[in-house]
Every structure is written in structure tokens, then in C-alpha cells.
Write a protein that binds this ligand. Structure first.
Ligand code: SAM
Length: 228
């Protein structure tokens, strides 16, 4: 599975993808994540070379019809996506999904994660910032609009990380034991580990006795009863 993230903040992903299961999945080439910065596709008056040699590339503009905040322009994003599509087209048997994020999109679920992991070889994710992205991007690129919950974030980078994490879990070989995926077994909202009795402020907090008895049928029943 290859994830292609269109973002003006690629550095935000480093620490999350650099640790634990996802870092191992990348190292073992089970998944690949690359970043494309739309700033690199800015041209004309939006690209300025300053006397000291520094270059500034602006990707946002004022909204038509007024309103607070700035809007990401369509062209740099479309060009960034096209550059990815060209690269993907060089490989055989690819199937690509283009995702844009919005609190108004379809609510993302484990069901989506499973379907996407089976159906697509490449997922392009566009991370909006500011007040969002010029609506023509969705019309031209025929994006799938996804929400990760009923709240408003400042950008699409966290939603992109959510998709990378949850879809990667569905890729065989990413989790140590594929069948141990929580999504596939009865898992409780309550889990316990050593010690059996935890002392805290003169009180004893005990592990539920059913978990210590070794009766697997009873344990499964208890897990089902505590599942949220
Ligand atoms: N007015 C925009 C809208 O309704 O789509 C909200 C823009 S929000 C401040 C900036 C960006 O954050 C969005 O373009 C989107 O990429 C991301 N975003 C914010 N909340 C999100 C959510 N709940 N799910 C997915 N993406 C979200």
C-alpha cells in the first residue's frame, strides 16, 4: 500500500511514522508514505525570489464572496496530485483513490479502512489548511471527501495520519499477528496487566477474578459483556 500525502507541512509526520509498528512497516516495505508539497507547484506572481536569494511560494488566497481567513488555491494542489498520478501510472496494476478531508465528509470507519486496503494500491490524501481548499479541486479530481469526526481541526494532517494508521493495520504483515487485530476478535474496553493487586492511596484495585481463572469460555463472555 502506498500513501501519497499532499501537504505544506510534511515535517509533521516524521515523529509519528518514525516509531513503533508503522516505522517497522515502512522499513519492511509493507507500506510506503511519500510527501508532495504543493508549494513546489506555485508559479507566476505567487512565487517570489527575494534579493537575498530566498524564495517564497504562496498557496493561499482571499475567498471570493468575502469571509474570514484564506483559502488554498486549486492549481498548486491539482499539479501536485497530477505529478503523483504520473508516477503511479508508470507501475502496473495500480488502483488509486484520491481523498480530500472535511468535517462535512463521509465519516471514516474501520469498514472504510478494510475496503480501502483491499481495493487500492495507492491512496492520495490532500491535507487542507486555513479555511479549506478551493471547491473546484474536488470537482476536477473527483475526490472522496472524508471526515474523521464531528469536530473542526486546523488541518488535514491529523486525518491523513488517522487513515495511514488504520488502513495499514489491515495490510497483512503490518501487525505482528494479523489475526490479533482488535477489529476481528472480542476485545474488552477493560484490559489489565501485572500486578494482580494495585495499591493506590491505601486502596486495593484488583484484577477481575474471571481473568485469573483460566476458563476461556468465561473470559470471552466477560469480554463481550464489557465491550462498549
Ligand atoms: N470550512 C472547512 C470545511 O467545512 O471543510 C473547514 C476547514 S478546516 C479549518 C481546515 C482543514 O482541516 C480542512 O480542509 C480539512 O482538511 C481538515 N479538517 C478539519 N476538521 C476535519 C475533520 N473533522 N475531518 C477531516 N478533516 C478535517
Amino acid at each position: 500500500m502506498k500513501f501519497h500525502v499532499i501537504t505544506i507541512f510534511p515535517e509533521m509526520f516524521g515523529s509519528y511514522l518514525g516509531e513503533s509498528i508503522l516505522a517497522r512497516a515502512i522499513k519492511e516495505k509493507k507500506i510506503k508514505v511519500d510527501f508532495i508539497n504543493p508549494r513546489m507547484y506555485v508559479s507566476g506572481k505567487y512565487k517570489k525570489v527575494w534579493p537575498d536569494g530566498n524564495v517564497s511560494r504562496t498557496v493561499d488566497e482571499r475567498p471570493y464572496g468575502g469571509g474570514p481567513g484564506m483559502v488554498m488555491m486549486a492549481e498548486p494542489i491539482i499539479k501536485a496530485v497530477e505529478s503523483v498520478m504520473k508516477k503511479i501510472a508508470k507501475a502496473k496494476n495500480t488502483k488509486t483513490l484520491i481523498v480530500n478531508f472535511s468535517p462535512a465528509g463521509e465519516k471514516f470507519t474501520t469498514g472504510n479502512a478494510k475496503t480501502f486496503s483491499k481495493k487500492y494500491t495507492d491512496i492520495i490524501m490532500i491535507c487542507g489548511r486555513y479555511e479549506g481548499i478551493d471547491a473546484r479541486v474536488d470537482k476536477i479530481l473527483k475526490t472522496k471527501l472524508i471526515s474523521i469526526g464531528d469536530y473542526v481541526l486546523t488541518g488535514g494532517e491529523i486525518p491523513a495520519m488517522v487513515l495511514i494508521d488504520s488502513i495499514s493495520r489491515q495490510v497483512p504483515g503490518v501487525l505482528g499477528n494479523f489475526d490479533s487485530r482488535e477489529e476481528e476478535r472480542i476485545s474488552s474496553s477493560e484490559i489489565y496487566t501485572r500486578p494482580e493487586i494495585l495499591k493506590y492511596k491505601n486502596k486495593n484495585y484488583k484484577v477481575p477474578p474471571v481473568l485469573l481463572g483460566g476458563d476461556h469460555k468465561k473470559i470471552e463472555e466477560w469480554k463481550a459483556s464489557t465491550k462498549k
